[in-house]
Write a protein that binds this ligand. Structure first.
Ligand code: SF4
Length: 512
């Protein structure tokens, strides 16, 4: 068998999780230069750029959500795919053990985390034979926040702000623009979309995800699709959804469209949305040894070119002097003095809580006193360093909207004053913030390395039976930066940006 195959796949997973490819770096670099540094968008993009460099510098995950590992493997005729699949699974378990992948595979019935990213359907491995004497392995790590913003349209369909999307390329373009608008900051914009025109519901989504294996700067060989890709890039970036949905010039860094034949009765447009943490890489392997002979997508760019100059990196988070310091536990008075748009620096103890914690708190008393507390929607990557000693290696925010059914009640029952997450929350939480005297802070999604460096120590953990991402971690932090996007007076930046970008969508429609 191929003695180096397993190690090569571990290397591929490690580099994919920790080092963004040059085309994505170039697109994010362009986004960074298009925003003024002291704006919300500029600050978010600077944090993202720092995060990208920090991850590559320490071989740590770029984002704490290391996603669903999806492998596309091309093999010579006669290669043993059964053996290779076992090796890929072993490599995934090993990369998880090394903290390059977060344990992300959960039993859908019991909710139990397998702990090693293995389970029915995880990882996803697709094989294809080709007539070359080499093996090609491509990998994409696409997280849950952006996966949840995928969209599928059955044409013809009526769309908000855009009217009817017919069974035509015009209709396809409208669907893509609608999906980008709908995503707002929930998928950690600026993102990229892979699109499939046609197919059935299943093959459409698969082909859409496959488009994400194209480089952001390639040109579609089909001139009709190339024209739509160009038009979408121009029009989507006129919506000013902006980085993290904060408003700004860059909402989309790539649009890649493919097409499959369809049944006459069906016309699906399937859209796979990927976030700025667009982790996609590949290797070519020697068919006899399994050793890496070349890296795909990197073409001589090894090591990676940093996003920031040493001076910019040393300057850290770009401050304006108007930042507000908050020390937990936080009072009603402090919270009510905050308003949408304020940049805050949080210090003191915060508690993580995501889906399982929120569900638990609806039926049980909290394991800690949450009066005046900061609740962080985060599923960190945590490494055990001894008996009761833990270290967080990646800790960005998770998508908050999933907690919408619970959040207002938890604020009211337990006295939480600050919720930190990303992508914003809905009307029920907005009303709950006002009634209970609390605020919602938007941290920069995916900035897992940046935020891990704000954590001084792990002071404890509760509810560890839910697995590391879902447990309630007690984190002592210093100057954790975030933006007030929903305040205690009924204001929501998310609502504002959605309405403003909706008007821009109507302007795009009028210009067609
Ligand atoms: S950057 Fe955001 S959407 Fe992407 S994987 Fe991380 S948390 Fe999820």
């Amino acid at each position: 068998m191929l003695p180096e195959f397993l190690d090569s796949v571990v290397q591929l997973i490690t580099r994919t999780s920790t080092d963004l490819p040059p085309d994505v770096r170039a697109a994010m670099g362009l986004a960074l230069t298009s925003e003024a540094p002291a704006t919300r968008a500029g600050q978010a993009l600077t944090i993202i750029a720092q995060n990208i460099d920090q991850a590559a510098g320490c071989d740590g995950p770029i984002c704490q959500d290391t996603g669903m590992p999806t492998f596309e493997v091309k093999v010579p005729v006669g290669a043993n795919q059964i053996w290779m699949k076992r090796q890929i699974r072993d490599a995934v378990a090993e990369a998880t053990r090394r903290g390059k992948l977060r344990p992300n595979s959960v039993d859908s019935i019991t909710g139990e985390n397998s702990g090693n990213n293995l389970g029915p359907g995880t990882p996803i491995v697709h094989f294809e034979q080709w007539e070359r004497d080499a093996i090609e392995v491509k990998l994409i790590l696409k997280g849950g926040g952006c996966e949840n913003t995928n969209a599928q349209y059955a044409l013809p369909v009526e769309l908000d702000h855009l009217g009817r999307a017919d069974r035509s390329l015009e209709g396809v373009r409208k669907c893509i623009l609608h999906a980008v608008w709908k995503a707002q900051g929930k998928g950690c914009a600026p993102g990229a979309v892979g699109v499939c025109v046609g197919g059935d519901r299943t093959s459409g989504y698969l082909h859409a995800k496959e488009q994400l294996f194209r480089t952001l700067d390639d040109v579609n060989p089909d001139p009709r699709l190339a024209a739509i890709e160009d038009a979408v890039m121009d029009q989507a970036n006129r919506l000013t959804v902006g980085p993290m949905g904060f408003g700004g010039q860059t909402s989309l860094i790539g649009c890649k469209i493919g097409a499959l034949n369809r049944l006459p009765a069906s016309f699906f447009v399937s859209i796979a949305y990927d976030c700025w943490a667009f982790r996609r890489l590949g290797v070519t392997l020697d068919a006899a040894s399994g050793a890496i002979t070349s890296w795909l997508y990197r073409e001589g760019v090894t090591p990676s070119v940093p996003m920031l100059t040493p001076e910019q990196a040393a300057a850290g988070f770009p401050r304006t002097g108007r930042e507000i310091r908050l020390q937990a536990p936080i009072t009603d008075e402090q919270v009510r003095s905050l308003k949408v748009g304020d940049v805050v620096l949080v210090s003191g103890r915060m508690f993580t809580g995501r889906d399982q914690v929120h569900h638990h708190l609806m039926h049980h008393e909290p394991p800690v006193d949450l009066r005046g507390a900061v609740l962080y929607h985060c599923g960190p990557v945590v490494v055990k360093e001894g008996e009761d000693r833990w270290r967080v290696t990646a800790a960005g925010p998770t998508t908050s909207i999933r907690e919408e059914p619970y959040q207002a009640e938890i604020l009211e029952r337990y006295g939480v004053r600050v919720v930190i997450g990303k992508g914003g929350m809905g009307p029920k939480t907005l009303a709950g913030l006002k009634a209970s005297g609390a605020v919602y802070l938007n941290a920069v999604g995916g900035a897992a390395q940046f935020y891990a460096r704000c954590i001084d120590r792990v002071a404890g953990v509760s509810l560890l039976q839910f697995g590391t991402p879902e447990a309630m971690w007690h984190l002592d932090v210093t100057e954790f930066p975030a933006i007030v996007t929903m305040d205690a007076h009924g204001n929501s930046l998310h609502k504002e940006i959605e309405a403003e970008s909706g008007e821009k969508l109507e302007a795009v429609r009028a210009s067609l």
